[in-house]
Ligand binder design. Structure first.
Ligand code: SF4
Length: 723
């Protein structure tokens, strides 16, 4: 390998903003991280997670050798690579031979690079020949993806650059707390308001993002579709719809109108808990009535507007319908398909967008192709050098796949995911993983899921490897290697290549640049067409605005803004989707009288497998807590920091009380980053959205009580889960 440079420009290991960062290698000192000013998305800003990310490279916190459990009940012990690979190949082969190829499953992650995600999908379909592959992005973005496909024919998180936000007159931001989840993005919203724009935030909590809003709607969790229908009702009733746009660029309005007629503001107030006056005010503001935008001489397009959604509205049992209800609002107001307008989803994981484009989703092949499409199968099979009819069909979405473990799925390969903490109804999922005959995990750290495995492969992470990701704007980025990995650590690509050889499929590509080149070929002609991209081209263009897909030829400039001329549907028209707007929640009852919603905090990330190992992040946010309103705290007779037991029909969790009037009195909030006694996902539901397979993380009925443990014991639990 060539010598690594003193300064490497790359991107953050965590969220979908993919902030540009510089890694400085100075002799005798640990790698130092700084913001990369030349990268236009974050312009040098990093949040606390990115700024401390080099701590993940410390050999003391990461895995440095393969681990093997020789028999159930035995401890994981260090092993050589050959021992671990031989053992894994033998077990996968024996289980496949004894119970059929469908007895082996694969579970990937939205943080994997394109190269790893693509190879994992190819490994499942070509080497294991199993249909059962899905990934944790199902928990993150699937509802928005399904809704975008229904409305626009294409799913790309944001179909415009994030910077467009700053020039938009009105933004309706639903279920996102990006002030905490991706702080550098907030500057675009701040600039938007400085430019005279208006911001409407929909969130059951008054978050730091909501505090910036001109109007904050605080609905009962899980009632978003009804609230959106209420806004559409007002737009129609007050003649604020854009009839010319609807006629020229959409279909299906009459059906959506019929549903909206049932949701007059007073009924919305009764169901959603949002005052009718605020429903009317939000609709008028979004239409531009009060934005003052009509007078803006510098804006030739009139009042512009965006609807942006995130997990708050998506992680529901009707997640896709709820998102379509919000998209209907954008379409009715004529705020799509023109500059500074449109709908976008704020992706969560680092490669949550790309991870679902290139084949680790149960129903997809590379290029965002459908695995059920005969032409797509022919194309991808030809690239892979196998007959199309040898490719399996669609597998099971994530929740179903995990629930099948220990029954018809007897072996599972997990890469870059920690479902013991991140999956809904996590105790049930843990029991299913324990029931497997064989569990193999590729990860950087010994996560709670890896700790259950029979074999653990220590794999390279962001700064130790070169690879590509796609950020929330559909911008494809090259992450460059900055340091050599520890000696006994290998890439997931090497693991898959070595297993493929042992399973009778030699020649599996392991060079990231070569894998990307094959991926580009496999994506050619697909919805997410990367065929004009290469590592070399991404390296050469990384200082500029970057290259957004689709990018079908080597001289194509990429597509920063989609849908300006036509939407991605066969007829080029956007679709209103007439969805039922009745809430699909677990209703509170006498036994479980409150509502639980879950989410993230600034200083931790996803299942916490990485961030709980970073000292500064643990110091900032050391353990689980439950946010509750002072009125509820008074009912429970608990004070700040007291231990509170939260119980649902699935299980219970104990966490410290954090008392705040920023949340509804009927709702409590828990972050989901911790394992052990404070694991929020011990409480959440496995119920999924029938359209997308998204679990209903955001709505569970719970009861609360002062826990019969001392606060000191909660602190002990915090310390344990931080390990
Ligand atoms: S906002 Fe996201 S990408 Fe940027 S530094 Fe923080 S975690 Fe990393």
């Amino acid at each position: 390998m060539d010598a690594l440079p003193a300064v490497t420009r790359t991107h953050c290991p965590y969220c979908a903003l993919q902030c540009g960062m510089e890694l400085h290698a100075e002799t005798g000192t640990p790698l130092r991280v700084a913001g990369w000013n030349g990268f236009g998305v974050n312009r040098g800003a990093l949040c606390q997670k990115g700024a401390t990310s080099t701590e993940l490279l410390n050999p003391a916190v990461r895995l440095t050798t393969p681990l093997l459990r020789s028999r159930r009940g035995a401890e994981l012990e260090p092993a050589t690579w050959d021992e671990a690979l031989d053992f894994t190949a033998d077990r996968l082969s024996a289980i496949g031979a004894g119970h059929g190829r469908d007895a082996v499953g694969v579970f990937g992650g939205g943080g994997l690079t394109h190269e790893k995600a693509y190879s994992l999908g190819k490994f499942a379909r070509v080497v294991l020949q199993t249909p059962h592959i899905d990934y944790n992005g199902r928990f993150c973005m699937s509802a928005a993806a399904a809704a975008s496909q229904r409305a626009f024919g294409v799913d790309r998180g944001l179909p415009f650059p994030l910077a467009d936000v700053a020039h938009t007159d009105v933004i309706l931001l639903v279920g996102s707390n990006l002030a905490d989840t991706m702080p550098p993005a907030l500057r675009y919203f701040t600039t938007q308001r400085e430019n005279g724009g208006r911001l409407i935030v929909v969130d059951p909590r008054r978050t730091r993002t909501a505090e910036q809003a001109d109007l904050h709607l605080q609905p009962v969790p899980g009632t978003d579709a009804a609230l959106a229908a209420g806004l559409l009702h007002v737009l129609i009733a007050e003649h604020l719809i854009d009839e010319a746009f609807i006629a020229a660029r959409t279909t299906g309005f009459q059906e959506a109108r019929a549903e909206a007629q049932r949701w007059w503001p007073e009924r919305v107030e009764a169901v959603c808990g949002v005052p009718a006056g605020e429903v009317r005010a939000a609709a008028r503001m979004f239409a531009g009535v009060s934005a003052g935008a009509e007078d803006k001489a510098e804006n030739p397009y009139g009042a512009s507007g965006m609807v942006l959604t995130a997990r708050g509205t998506e992680q529901q049992a009707d997640g896709a319908d709820a998102v379509n209800a919000w998209i209907n609002v954008a379409l009715a107001a004529g705020k799509a398909g023109r500059p500074y307008c449109g709908y976008g989803a704020i992706t969560g994981q680092g490669n949550g967008q790309g991870g679902r484009e290139h084949g680790q989703k149960a129903d997809q092949l590379p290029g965002y192709r459908k695995i059920t499409d005969p032409a797509a199968r022919e194309h991808v099979a030809a690239v892979w050098g196998v007959p199309a009819d040898s490719l399996p069909g669609p597998g099971r979405p994530a929740v179903e796949l995990l629930a099948s473990c220990g029954t018809d799925i007897r072996a599972l390969l997990v890469a870059g995911s920690n479902p013991v903490v991140s999956a809904p109804d996590a105790e049930f999922v843990t029991s299913r993983l324990r029931a497997l005959e064989f569990l193999v995990v590729c990860d950087v750290v010994l996560s709670e899921t890896a700790a259950l495995a029979d074999v653990v492969f220590p794999v390279t992470q962001w700064a130790e490897e070169t690879g590509t990701v796609t950020n929330l704007e559909g911008r494809v980025l090259l992450r460059r290697q900055a340091v050599a990995p520890p000696e006994a650590v290998r890439s997931d690509l090497d693991v898959l290549g070595a297993l493929a050889s042992r399973l009778g499929r030699p020649g599996f590509l392991t060079s990231p640049a070569e894998v990307f080149s094959e991926l580009a070929q496999a994506s050619a002609g697909g919805v997410a067409d990367y065929s004009g991209l290469s590592h070399e081209r991404l390296d050469a263009t990384s200082e500029g605005p970057g290259l957004h897909w689709p990018c079908p030829t080597p001289d194509h400039p990429g597509t920063p803004r989609m849908f300006l001329d036509a939407f991605g549907t066969p007829d080029g028209l956007a679709r209103f989707v007439a969805v039922a707007c009745e809430p699909a929640v677990e209703e509170p009852c006498a036994e479980y009288p409150y509502r639980l919603t879950t989410g993230r905090v600034l200083a931790q990330y996803q299942s916490g497998a990485q961030t709980r190992r970073v000292r500064a992040l643990n110091a900032a946010e050391p353990g689980p807590f439950v946010q509750l309103h002072p009125d509820l705290a008074a009912v429970l007779a608990v004070a700040e920091g007291d231990a509170v037991r939260v119980t649902s029909r699935r299980g219970s969790a104990v966490a410290a009380a954090r008392i705040s009037d920023l949340i509804r009195p009927d709702t409590v909030f828990m972050p989901f980053h911790w394992a052990g006694a404070g694991r929020a996902n011990s409480l959440t539901r496995r119920t999924t959205d029938p359209v997308s397979g998204m679990p209903a993380f955001k709505t569970a009925a719970v009861r609360l009580e002062a826990a019969l443990v001392e606060t000191a014991q909660v602190e002990t639990a915090r310390a344990e889960t931080a390990q």
